[in-house]
Design a protein around this ligand. Structure first.
Ligand code: AMP
Ligand code: ZN
Length: 473
C-alpha cells in the first residue's frame, strides 16, 4: 500500500486514487526566464520519483506540468534586453527540456503554457467576481478577497480570515506587494488575479476590465483543472510554494467549483548551499551545466538527490556530489562485470524470463518487494538505495540480481541498463589521451594534464589515479 505525506493533513496517509483508471498528477513547472538551478531540478526529480513509484504500483498516471511563460521577471528581462517575451521563454523552455532529458526525468503528458490559456483565465476570474470572491479595482486590476474564502489557510496554517481586507486604502508599498506574485507569510493579503497594464504596454491582453495580464496563481488553478478535472489526486511542488502559491490555488479553485481541489499536496524540501536556500536572488546557485563543466555526470546528481529523503533539506557540496559520483561509478563497474549473458536483459525483463540460461525467478528473493515497500513508505529513496546495494552484494544468483536491478532502476532512473553486463571498451583515442596525460604528469606539466583529463571526460570516460597507475571508468 502506497503511503504519502499529505501537507493538507500533515500526516502520512494511505494513497487511494479517485478513480481506478488513472492518477492525476500536477507539478508546478518552471518560470522560463533563465536556466534552472539544481535546486529547482531537485524538485522535478522528486516529482519524477513520485511518478515512477506510482507507475511501479501499477497506476497509470496522467502527468501535467505548466510552463510559466508570463510573469514579472520575464517581462523585466524582455524589457532590459529589448526583445520579445517569446524569445526568452522559447530559449529557456528548450534548455529546461534538455535538463530533464539529461536527468532522465519522465516527460509530462502535457506542458500547458500560461500564455496559451489567458482567455480561460479571464473567464475563470469573471466567475470569481460574480461569486463575490474577487473585486475589481479602479485601475482594472482584479483581486481575490481572502476574507471571503472560509478555508483560507488550511494548507499553510496562516490565518486569513482574521484579516480585514477588501477595497480599502492601502499604502503604495502595500499596493505593490499585493500585485506582486511573490510574498511571504508576513504579508497575508488579497492577491492579484488580473493585473491592469498601461494601454501602450506591449505585454497585455484585452479583458472585461481593460488591458492587463493574469497573476501567477490563477494559471495553475485554470490549467490543472483544464487537464485533470475539478478535483484531482496529487499536486506537487517545492516547499516554498505552500504559501502563498498553493494556498491561493486552493482558494481560487475551491471558491470557483465549490468542490475539493486536490486530495494530496506533496512538497519537496530545498537544496541548500552553506545552510541557505539555493536561489537566484542569493546568487548561490549552480546549474546542471556548471556541474557538467566540472566533469560531473548528470546521473551523479540524480544519485545524490536520491540519497536524501524528499522531505529533508539537502546541503549541496562538491564533495557530496563527488561521493555520489563515486558510489554510482562503483555500482556501474560492479554490474559491468556481471556475465555477458546479461546483455540480453538490457531489452527488458521479458527476455530474461524466456532465456534458458537464467536461474530461478527473481521473485524468490524478496529484494524488489522490500525496495518497493520502503518507497511506498512516503518515497524513502535512501532506504531504497540501501536495499539495492544489499541486493548487489548478496550471494543471490546473478540472474536474479540482474532482473531485480532492472526493475529497481525503472524507479531510480539511473540508466543502469546501459552498464549491465557491458564490458568497458576504451577507444584507441581515449587510450592515447591517457598516455599523453601520464607523460604530462611525469613532466610536472599539470596544466596540460588537467586539460587532457577534461578531454577524456568529454569523451564520456572518467580517469582515476591509483597506485597502480591511471584507471579508466
Ligand atoms: P520557479 O522556476 O522559481 O517557479 O521554481 C520551480 C520549482 O523549483 C518550484 O517548485 C520551487 O519550489 C522549486 N525550488 C526553488 N528553489 C529550490 C531549491 N533551492 N531547492 C529545491 N527546490 C527549489
Ligand atoms: Zn503552480
Amino acid at each position: 500500500m502506497l503511503k504519502l505525506f499529505n501537507t493538507l493533513s500533515k500526516k502520512i496517509e494511505d494513497f487511494n486514487p479517485l478513480t481506478s483508471e488513472q492518477v492525476g498528477l500536477y507539478t508546478c513547472g518552471p518560470t522560463v526566464y533563465d536556466f534552472m538551478h539544481i535546486g529547482n531540478l531537485r524538485t522535478f526529480l522528486f516529482s519524477d520519483t513520485l511518478y515512477r513509484v506510482l507507475s511501479a504500483n501499477g497506476y497509470k498516471v496522467k502527468f501535467i506540468q505548466n510552463i510559466t511563460d508570463i510573469d514579472d521577471k520575464i517581462i523585466k528581462k524582455a524589457k532590459e534586453e529589448n526583445i520579445p517575451l517569446s524569445e526568452i521563454t522559447n530559449k529557456y523552455t528548450k534548455f529546461y527540456f534538455e535538463d530533464l532529458k539529461k536527468l532522465n526525468i519522465t516527460p509530462a503528458d502535457v506542458y500547458p503554457k500560461a500564455t496559451e490559456h489567458v482567455g480561460k483565465m479571464a473567464k475563470y476570474i469573471e466567475k470569481l467576481v460574480e461569486k463575490g470572491l474577487a473585486y475589481v479595482e479602479e485601475d482594472g486590476s482584479v483581486y481575490f478577497d481572502i476574507s471571503k474564502f472560509e478555508d483560507y489557510g488550511k494548507l499553510s496554517g496562516v490565518e486569513g480570515r482574521t484579516l480585514k481586507t477588501g477595497t480599502r486604502i492601502l499604502s503604495r508599498a502595500a499596493r505593490e506587494l499585493r500585485s506582486s506574485d511573490e510574498y511571504n507569510k508576513d504579508n497575508i493579503q488579497d492577491f492579484a488575479l488580473w493585473k491592469a497594464v498601461e494601454a501602450d504596454e506591449k505585454v497585455g491582453y484585452d479583458s472585461p476590465w481593460g488591458r492587463g495580464r493574469p497573476g501567477w496563481h490563477i494559471e495553475c488553478s485554470v490549467m490543472s483543472q483544464e487537464y485533470l478535472g475539478d478535483t484531482f489526486d496529487i499536486h506537487a511542488g517545492g516547499v516554498d510554494l505552500i504559501f502563498p502559491h498553493h494556498e491561493n490555488e486552493i482558494a481560487q479553485s475551491e471558491g470557483y467549483t465549490g468542490k475539493k481541489f486536490v486530495n494530496f499536496f506533496l512538497h519537496g524540501e530545498h537544496i541548500l548551499v552553506n545552510g541557505a536556500k539555493m536561489s537566484k536572488s542569493l546568487k548561490n546557485f549552480y546549474t546542471l551545466k556548471d556541474l557538467e563543466k566540472k566533469g560531473s555526470d548528470p546521473m551523479a546528481y540524480r544519485y545524490l538527490v536520491l540519497t536524501a529523503h524528499y522531505r529533508d533539506k539537502l546541503n549541496f557540496t562538491w564533495e557530496s556530489l563527488q561521493a555520489a559520483s563515486n558510489a554510482l561509478n562503483k555500482l556501474r563497474e560492479e554490474i559491468r562485470g556481471w556475465p555477458n549473458v546479461i546483455l540480453n536483459a538490457n531489452k527488458g525483463s521479458q527476455d530474461l524470463d524466456s532465456s534458458p540460461l537464467w536461474g530461478p525467478s527473481a521473485q524468490n528473493d524478496n529484494y524488489y518487494q522490500r525496495f518497493l515497500d520502503v518507497l511506498n513508505n512516503d518515497l524513502n529513496t535512501p532506504q531504497a538505495l540501501a536495499v539495492l546495494h544489499e541486493m548487489i552484494s548478496s550471494n543471490s544468483p546473478i540472474s536474479n540480481k540482474a532482473k531485480s536491478l532492472l526493475e529497481m532502476d525503472k524507479v531510480l532512473g539511473l540508466k543502469l541498463d546501459e552498464y549491465l553486463g557491458k564490458k568497458l571498451e576504451i577507444p584507441e583515442r581515449v587510450k592515447k589521451l591517457v598516455e599523453e596525460r601520464e607523460d604530462a604528469r611525469k613532466q610536472g606539466n599539470f596544466e596540460k594534464s588537467d586539460e587532457l583529463r577534461k578531454k577524456i571526460i568529454e569523451l564520456g570516460f572518467e580517469i582515476k589515479d591509483t597506485p597502480k597507475g591511471p584507471k579508466i571508468t
